[in-house]
Design a binder for this molecule. Structure first.
Ligand SMILES: NC(=O)C1=CN([C@@H]2O[C@H](COP(=O)(O)OP(=O)(O)OC[C@H]3O[C@@H](n4cnc5c(N)ncnc54)[C@H](O)[C@@H]3O)[C@@H](O)[C@H]2O)C=CC1
Ligand SMILES: CC(C)CC(=O)C(=O)O
Ligand SMILES: [Mg+2]
Length: 374
């Protein structure tokens, strides 16, 4: 087996998905050359694009490509044609949910950090957010997104069932405890155990396994309070463990601490497969405008490189992203006076990976031109 050869399934999806994914591929091409790896990219249809072309948000062929890959790189799905039509029977999001389920991606890991050069731009106070560093473990293949759904044909009522089993909770709970052991030995379970039976099951199981991790301090917080605490005092959190829907919501909220949702990557992992995706959606208003921040997708590539055991490349990539952010080579969402287009930011990061080790190259003098946002 060639340890430098990897099959990557690439699913650009809808809206800004293709634009951000093409920057991630640009980065992977440069990494392949610099580190002598070979990536074989196999593209697949998913989401609205797949519905328009095949009628199915997750065609069999796409699933096959993903199952046969070493990792999946996912952009985003979703289209206003479906969002604004509550009657639509087939929806783009079903493609992503089915893919997560089929690949058994039970844990969605969403790291949040702050960057010194962006602190002043945050709507939150410097002393509150400076140094915040949180790892969110969100359960990804159960809960209310996957429970039975029903809409009464008369349109009088509808329901979505939230169900969790011991088997759904245990693997991700162990994973979060282990991460807490590697970090600051503090784990916060976010739930609604004062109201929900499913949340009480989460608490019970976490209490049961806590004895296996005696060095980890396990705390609990109700999700409504957690939503407030995240903004008031994010540094009280280190590793967060939570169920599917709460994790979805609080991670978008937490992205405000970092400066933009366009910065937050994620890894969705299971026993066999792994998928890497930004936490944001398809941002349809930005499609084709060159304003989408590609960094969430590019940092998802760094998480993919970690997963493939390619740490030197992952480290170099993170260092290059930090260099871009610290030097304000960023997109308009970061609220800096000087900003660049999606592809300029991608090219800047790619060039840094390519040239920064070369002693003859004075990178600080590189001019990548005025912004070409269309
Ligand atoms: N994983 C996925 O593919 C997800 C898909 N969706 C879908 O995306 C569509 C749009 O949903 P929204 O609720 O508007 O969420 P969204 O995450 O697409 O956008 C919300 C806001 O976040 C900001 N934003 C998002 N991505 C950005 C980026 N790369 N750079 C700069 N700013 C960025 C923009 O201000 C945007 O208005 C819907 O169809 C939804 O179902 C939503 C979330 C996740
Ligand atoms: C199926 C997606 C639309 C759910 C989501 O918002 C997410 O995973 O962040
Ligand atoms: Mg979401």
């Amino acid at each position: 087996m060639n340890n430098n050869y990897f099959k990557i399934a690439v699913l650009p999806g809808d809206g800004i998905g293709p634009e951000i994914i093409s920057e991630s591929i640009k980065i992977l091409d440069v990494i392949a050359e610099a580190f002598q790896y070979e990536f074989q990219f196999n593209y697949g249809l998913i989401g609205a694009e797949a519905i328009f072309k095949t009628g199915d948000p997750l065609p069999e062929e796409t699933l096959k490509i993903c199952k046969e890959s070493d990792a999946v790189l996912f952009g985003a799905i979703g289209d206003p044609a479906f969002d604004n039509n509550p009657e639509a029977k087939v929806r783009p999001e079903q493609g992503l949910l089915k893919l997560r389920k089929e690949l058994g991606l039970f844990a969605n890991i969403r790291p949040l950090k702050t960057y010194a050069s962006l602190i002043e731009k945050s709507p939150l106070k410097k002393e509150i957010i400076e140094g915040a560093d949180i790892q969110i473990f969100r359960e990804l293949v159960s809960g209310i997104y996957f429970g039975e759904k029903f809409t009464d044909p008369e349109g009088a009522y509808a329901y979505d069932v939230c169900k969790y089993s011991r088997e759904d909770i245990l693997p991700i709970a162990h994973m979060a405890f282990q991460e807490a052991q590697k970090r600051n030995k503090k784990l916060t379970l976010i739930d609604k155990a004062n109201v929900l039976d499913t949340s009480r099951l989460w608490r019970k199981i976490c209490q049961e396994i806590a004895s296996e991790y005696p060095d980890v301090q396990l705390d609990y917080m109700f999700v409504d309070n957690a939503a407030m605490q995240l903004i008031l005092n994010p540094k009280q959190f280190d590793v967060i463990l939570t169920e599917n829907m709460f994790g979805d919501i609080i991670s978008d909220e937490a992205s405000v601490i970092g400066g933009s949702i366009g910065l937050l990557p994620s890894a969705s992992v299971g026993e066999k497969n792994a998928l890497f995706e930004p936490i944001h959606g398809s941002y349809p208003q930005a499609k084709g405008k060159g304003i989408a921040n590609p960094i969430a997708s590019i940092l998802s590539v760094a998480m993919m490189l970690d997963h493939l055991g390619l740490q030197p490349a992952a480290n170099k990539l993170r260092q290059s992203v930090e260099h871009a952010i610290e030097n304000k080579y960023v997109t308009i969402d970061l609220n800096t006076k000087q900003y660049y287009s999606t592809s300029e930011v991608g090219s800047f990061i790619a060039d840094y990976i390519k040239y920064s080790e070369k002693s003859y190259y004075n990178f600080e003098n590189v001019k990548i031109g005025k912004s070409t946002i269309v």
